[in-house]
Design a protein. Structure first.
Length: 260
């Protein structure tokens, strides 16, 4: 017992020190819009042509306009490589969760609205989460990683539970097909008030590539109204933790994020 304890104390720290840091270069992250002017009015459509999830739309009024919907974004990186003007660029920020679905839609280079005010004082010190997967294994693994020694979401008072009756928040991953509509509603109804709904990942936000299909997998919003929206495909653990901290009204969540 004593040798094991001494070895532990001599070892390097496992838990990541900086909270919600930018992603490393090996992580692609999500795209963002910059102030560089678009040349769509000169015939350039390379970004939209290569976007398989229809996350990018182009319009021309007085000037060429680009709209980027992070809720539909696959994070494939094609648009950032294809854009000749740098209007769409790579972003490695992890403070990407928002409280309004509309705030995931970026237009004309508006990427950093004012910081949000606190949301839920009642959850400031702790949040018990029930996670439900509706068919997105990648997001499942990232949610699991939130509780490992590297990210250690429990240090913020975040805990996961198997029972919705003990949960404060319902965290949902996957596109939510028709077969999961009623189970999700039943899970939500089993939760005590106050309760929150959090959509985790591009598929949960919008349905992703599954939207509009016969399974009616159009995301969480068609079944329940999320209080927090977390983009990404899949979202990085820091992005998920940011969404949970935002749901808690934790001070760490309110700085340099997308949500006004």
């Amino acid at each position: 017992m004593l040798p094991a304890l001494l070895n532990y104390l001599r070892g390097a720290r496992q838990t990541r020190g900086p909270v919600l840091p930018d992603l490393m270069d090996v992580n692609r992250g999500l795209p963002t819009l910059t102030s560089s002017p678009c040349i769509h009015n000169e015939g350039c459509t390379t970004c939209a042509d290569g976007c398989v999830s229809d996350a990018i739309s182009l319009s021309t009024e007085d000037t060429a306009m680009v709209t980027l919907d992070l809720g539909k974004c696959l994070a494939c990186g094609h648009c950032t490589h294809a854009c000749p003007t740098g209007t769409i660029a790579a972003s490695r920020i992890t403070r990407t969760a928002v409280r309004q679905r509309s705030n995931l839609v970026l237009t004309a280079g508006v990427t950093s609205p004012p910081a949000a005010t606190n949301m839920r004082e009642m959850f400031r010190n702790s949040l018990v989460v029930r996670y439900v997967s509706t068919g997105d294994n990648a997001t499942d693994m990232e949610v699991n990683a939130c509780m490992n020694p590297l990210f250690d979401a429990s240090r913020f008072g975040i805990q996961f539970t198997a029972s919705p009756r003990f949960a404060d928040a319902l965290l949902i991953g996957g596109p939510v097909p028709l077969a999961m509509h009623e189970p999700l509603r039943a899970t939500f109804e089993a939760m005590a008030h106050p309760r929150l709904v959090i959509a985790a990942g591009m598929q949960a936000v919008s349905g992703g590539l599954f939207t509009g299909g016969y399974t009616k997998a159009d995301g969480v919003g068609k079944v329940l109204q999320p209080d927090i929206w977390i983009p990404g495909n899949p979202p990085h653990p820091w992005m998920i933790i940011h969404g949970l901290l935002l749901a808690m009204g934790h001070p760490l969540a309110f700085a340099n994020q997308l949500d006004p």
